[in-house]
Design a protein around this ligand. Structure first.
Ligand SMILES: CC(C)(COP(=O)(O)OP(=O)(O)OC[C@H]1O[C@@H](n2cnc3c(N)ncnc32)[C@H](O)[C@@H]1OP(=O)(O)O)[C@@H](O)C(=O)NCCC(=O)NCCS
Length: 161
C-alpha cells in the first residue's frame, strides 16, 4: 500500500526490530522511568518510507500494541503510535502513514484501531483527523512522562472511516 505526495511515494513496511531513524525524538516520548512490566508489552513496528524514484528513504516509524476490551477475539484493539524525523514533518506524511496502518490492521481483522495523543499535540490531532480517525474524548491523567502527568486524547478508526 502506498500514497503519492509531491516528494514521492509514501509506504509502510512492517519490521521485526526497531529501525533507528535520526531526528524522530520529541517531547512526547520523554518517558523517564520505564516500568519493568511494560518491557514485555508486545509491540509491532513499521517503518515509513518515501520513494522519490531514485532512492527509498526511511522517514519515520510507527508501532502498535494490543488493547483488550474483553476476552473475545473481536474485543482486541490495536493502539498505534508514530514519529517522523523532524525534516519530514509538516508534509502530510503522518496522515498518510496512519491511514495506511489503520487499513492494514483492518485487513488483518482488527475492527478498532486507536491512537492516543497529548491534548497539546495539535499536529498529531490534525494528522489523525486527516487520516479519518474520530476524536472520542479526553483520557484524564493517563500518561506519566518525565515532566509529569498528562491528559491525552483518545481517537479511533473503524472500518469504513
Ligand atoms: C505528529 C506527526 C506524526 C504529524 O505528522 P505530519 O506529517 O508532520 O503532519 P501533517 O504534515 O499532516 O501536519 C499536521 C497538521 O498540523 C498542523 N501543524 C503543524 N504544527 C502546528 C502547530 N504548532 N500548531 C498548529 N498546527 C500545527 C499543520 O499545519 C497540519 O495541518 P493542516 O494539514 O490542516 O495544514 C509528526 O509531526 C511527528 O512525528 N511529530 C513528532 C512526534 C509526535 O508528536 N508523534 C505523535 C505522538 S502521539
Amino acid at each position: 500500500m502506498s500514497t503519492h505526495i509531491p516528494d514521492g511515494n509514501v509506504s509502510i513496511r512492517e519490521v521485526k526490530e526497531k529501525v533507528v531513524i535520526e531526528g524522530t525524538e520529541s517531547e512526547y516520548d520523554n518517558w523517564g522511568e520505564y516500568a519493568p512490566e511494560a518491557r514485555s508489552m508486545e509491540l509491532r513496528r513499521w517503518v515509513i518510507e518515501l520513494d522519490d524514484g531514485i532512492s527509498v528513504v526511511p522517514v519515520g516509524d510507527m508501532s502498535s500494541h494490543w488493547i483488550w476490551y474483553g476476552p473475545s477475539p473481536g474485543s482486541k484493539a490495536a493502539n498505534i503510535g508514530i514519529a517522523l524525523a523532524t525534516v519530514w514533518r509538516g508534509k502530510g506524511i503522518g496522515a498518510i502513514a496512519q491511514r495506511l496502518l489503520a487499513q492494514c490492521l483492518h485487513d488483518e481483522g482488527i475492527h478498532r484501531v486507536e491512537a492516543s495523543t497529548d491534548v497539546e499535540n495539535i499536529p498529531e490531532q490534525r494528522s489523525l483527523a486527516k487520516a479519518g480517525f474520530k476524536l472520542e474524548g479526553v483520557i484524564r491523567g493517563s500518561q506519566m512522562r518525565a515532566d509529569g502527568r498528562h491528559d491525552i486524547q483518545g481517537w479511533s478508526h473503524l472500518p469504513g472511516d
